[in-house]
Ligand binder design. Sequence first.
Ligand SMILES: NC(=O)c1ccc[n+]([C@@H]2O[C@H](COP(=O)([O-])OP(=O)(O)OC[C@H]3O[C@@H](n4cnc5c(N)ncnc54)[C@H](O)[C@@H]3O)[C@@H](O)[C@H]2O)c1
Length: 272
Amino acid sequence: MLDLSGKVAFVAGAGSVAEGWGNGRATAVLLARQGAKVFGTDFNAEALEGTAGAMQEEGHKHWACCKADMTSSDEVKQAVDRCLQRHGRIDILVNNVGGSFPGDPVSLSVEEWDAQMDRNLKTAFLGCKHVLPVMERQFEAEGKGGAIVNVSSIASMSFQVGGRVHIAYAASKAGLETFSRATAIAYVKKGIRVNTVVVGMIDTPLVSHRLTKQLGVASADDLAAKRNALVPMGRTGSAWDIANAVLFLASDEAGYITATKLVVDGGVTAAR
Ligand SMILES: NC(=O)c1ccc[n+]([C@@H]2O[C@H](COP(=O)([O-])OP(=O)(O)OC[C@H]3O[C@@H](n4cnc5c(N)ncnc54)[C@H](O)[C@@H]3O)[C@@H](O)[C@H]2O)c1
């Protein structure tokens, strides 16, 4: 079940903003555990080193990576070329790059609006732009296209999770979900599936390190308790909950699933 042997996965945002398991790092390692050869990118070399260390610790010899800013078309193209030189193909693309910045239309600067659109939406566009032709060629040559999984957020539907307004994050992630569905239909006859994992409140290093400071909460434990109380299941999720959802959508077991989204949020959005 969920065997990825013989497949090559390109994971964008494969690092983690701090030590520990971010969604991209957990996804990269889980795909490797399932037999995939994984190529990771991140614009933070240190973040990538952490993932490389985790891969080495578990003995995943087919891991490779390069530093790339996924908002730059040239850098994405170079990373895709390097993946192809190393592994010869790409069967799975995971667009995991993303992150939020608070603000309403008045308080948010124009620069930060653009940066949010770039980080949460353009990165997935560029990943698809450079990987879809590779998958299409594979489909024409051997009848096997590929699977793309984009990583969104419940901020696309729940506009004040944690009590703060993030209009650019909400709009860019909602855009990402529509982008996924539209791309799925554009490529549905070419053996390529495109789906979205909609991420709820997850206890990743991004949250414990950055948000504790941003929200002025006394400690990471205080923040965790506040976030747990917002989830019907009574707890936030882990990066592995997200990695498992990505794995399923990327696997052949999800072969009849495209243009859909899988919400992984412990019931948060349904309870609103
Ligand atoms: N943690 C949560 O609670 C949560 C909730 C909803 C959605 N998400 C989504 O999950 C995804 C991953 O989040 P995470 O919490 O694991 O964060 P993370 O910051 O730990 O991981 C994202 C990685 O992407 C990298 N990155 C950022 N911008 C980049 C760029 N332009 N080019 C290349 N790499 C870049 C970062 O260096 C980092 O290593 C994001 O899309 C985020 O929006 C997370």
